[in-house]
Design a protein around this ligand. Sequence first.
Ligand code: SER
Length: 894
Amino acid sequence: MTSAQIRSSFLDFFKSKQHAIVPSSSLMPTAPNLLFTNAGMNQFVPYFLGDQTAPWKRVADTQKCIRAGGKHNDLEDVGFDTYHHTMFEMLGNWSFGDYFKQDSLTWGWELLTKAWGIPPKRLFATVYSPDKQKGDPSDFDQEAYDIWADIFKAAGLDPAVHIVNGNKKDNFWMMGDTGPCGPCSEIHFNLLPSDDEKAGRALVNSSSPRCIEIWNHVFIQFNANADGTFAPLAAKHVDTGMGFERVAGIHATTKGFKDFSAEPSNYNADVFKPTFDEIEQLTAQAGSPKRYTGSVPTERTSLSEQQQVDVAFRVLADHARCVSCAIADGILPGNADRNYVIRRILRRGIMYGRKNLGLKIGFLEQLVAPVVVSLGGVFHELKTQRVMIEKAIRAEEESFGRTLDKGLQIFNKAATDGEISGEAAFELYDTYGFPLDMTQLLAAERGLSTDLDGFEELMEEQRNRGRAARKTDVIVASTEGDAVVDATKFVGYEIDATHATHARLVDVVKTEKDTYLVFDQTPFYGEMGGQVGDTGHALINGVKIDILDTIKDKSGRHLHKIGGPASVPAVGTSATLHVDFNRRRAINRHHSAAHLIHWALRKMLGTHVRQFGTHKTPDRMRFDFTHFEQLTQAQLKECEQLINEKVIDNSPVVSAEIDYDKKPADVLAFFGDKYGKRVRLVDIGGFSKELCGGTHVTTTGEIGVIKIVAEMAIAAGTRRIEAVAGQAALDFIAHEEAALKAVNARLSSGPHDVAAKLESVLNHQKELEKKLKAFEAKASAGLAGELATTAVTKDGLKWVSAIVTAENTEALRSLGSQVLHKVGAGAVVQLGALMDGKVSLVAYCSPEAITAGQSAGKLIGGLAGKLGGKGGGKPDYAQGGGGDATKLADALKL
Ligand code: SER
């Protein structure tokens, strides 16, 4: 079987057992507590928890998983062994409250031993046996044990040899610290040359490549709570996961599970072949051909040259798949969270390709093609997103490629100290973009440690500098002690409430600079989510108090900043609150415009575009988003067209509070962002749906018009669009129009021929400049000729010394050089000119004059000295200036 046949045979097997075959979900996780999709079951969590009803009772699929951060992290081992990957496919079958342990284990055995022909004697099963001393949850899994005992007995094998108990560490599967979980039973495969059962059993769970886990059957029965307790679930489910690359690798190594003489390796599977071939070709193109021989180092230090080559082949083959799939799913390399993990993996790959294989920067991008060849048929997004993947990798290679070689030099120097100091690790991280784990990896290769505490101290200092730079004002509540403060009730989504809301003053908060009023309820939006706070006024006891800004504190209280009236009203007083409605409406327009831009960019550029940060004011909005290259003028125009079409459509904008869990699937909510249980859904015309707490227009027509005014890069992989909406857009257009009209008036043109007219004016100007230059050259040659005639012969040298007129020092230098040329052998030239009231001097000496002991530098030194200025230079040419202009004529007298 080929790798592809193994995959389809797994799926076909479960299809025959009435399983629906579903596609892999995205690597962007569907649960907020995950960095990446890390298991096949992630997409089914709502069914396990009973939050949603599963549309099927049984499913099977192959799922892309990344285990390179968080609870499951295999990154360190990748390349150094043959069976860990950053990204791998997990073949799995699931039961949602349907079949349980009996069918799951029996079918598992049937597929492995009957359908695929794996020798039963080589298989071992593990069963959950809690270590009560360590507080492991639940009980011994007698049910699984009994099922296995029957299976092994029926195969003529001894259960006591083939069943191995394991505690929570090995046999209780958890997706993360929280979420659905349960006891599990793993199937391990003895890959030793001999099928001796005792020897095989001894290697179970011992991290040996000769006996590895190939399939995990998890019996989901609990939900792990954040407080460490386990709550039983209403129904019991099955969740199994088989390492596709492991099985495919074993199948390839053992010639169809028959010949166990060779060293097993996942990389023997044909799914890696196109990538290995391409790497070989790239090494040949780089001028030093290398071949993969499959050697595996036994330790991290003192690797032979070939071992280094083989590690790098595996690293590249693995990392190219991982980053390609991640980017295809919209996880671009970046500076934080999962995006930084992808950046680390990319940089680790770039570093190995460069250092161990001598590849030229730009090579990793070339590995996308073989990844698409081997996986594009299963994961179609690799095909559709291929150009985007290549561009994103290229951008990263170009930027890291600029610092990598220098960084490696710095590392080599630091390594001579016997330990990588915190300073060196920090410099490598901060200046050369070396992720800390990459520095550690390099250090480990030399048997060196890295001073992590020192590094962390410097990181903390840097964070403090950042915090200090951001610190503005400290909010101190006047309510002292441990009193629990209630969040302010925000009533400002309703238009009527913004005009007048009756409220009670519940607190007054003072900072060094300002005073803030806190009410029990308010229509004033407190700055949040990039939307600025409202302004307006409060009427308290007949006195109008201006509210200059509104911010929100950690407890959710809206703090209304006031201008500092003589006396602050007493807590408990009633007030009527009025928001500056026109200003609020202008903010609404900019906020809704931001959602439209987000929608349009995702539609035009792809779903990797995600909001990174925004700022919405009455006058302008900016929208930062993930994308790897500058938008073209045509793209900006298309974006403007798309969003203004929606404005003209006058689509309704509807907001509603919903349960986070119940949000529809097409709502844009980015995991990793924090959302509460109740969230606000903003739906524009049914095409743009985002979770958002901000305020919006009621129909898109209210926006009037949107104008994009700027597009720029703000960091690698992050871009910014600035736009104006409504009156601000009209003002912007009017301003541009006025400027254009002024140009038209001067050129006597209209909007249609202005460009042509301007072109002709500029051409005319160019012509004139050319003529002027020619004229000046002639004039200067004439002047130089005249000056040459004034040469005075003294001691065999011909001296020209004069005050001249020159536009600038460049012109003075050129004139001096021409005079030198005209006078010829034996010339000594010293010229002075007044420029903007200041003296400028130049001197030239011919070779004969230098031989006779003259020096332009000394002459200028002397002249500048007489004027009280400065200057000097070489024997043949020098310049100077400054000092007293009235002394110039005297100084130049020969
Ligand atoms: N969730 C289990 C695992 O990832 C089985 O699918 O190992």
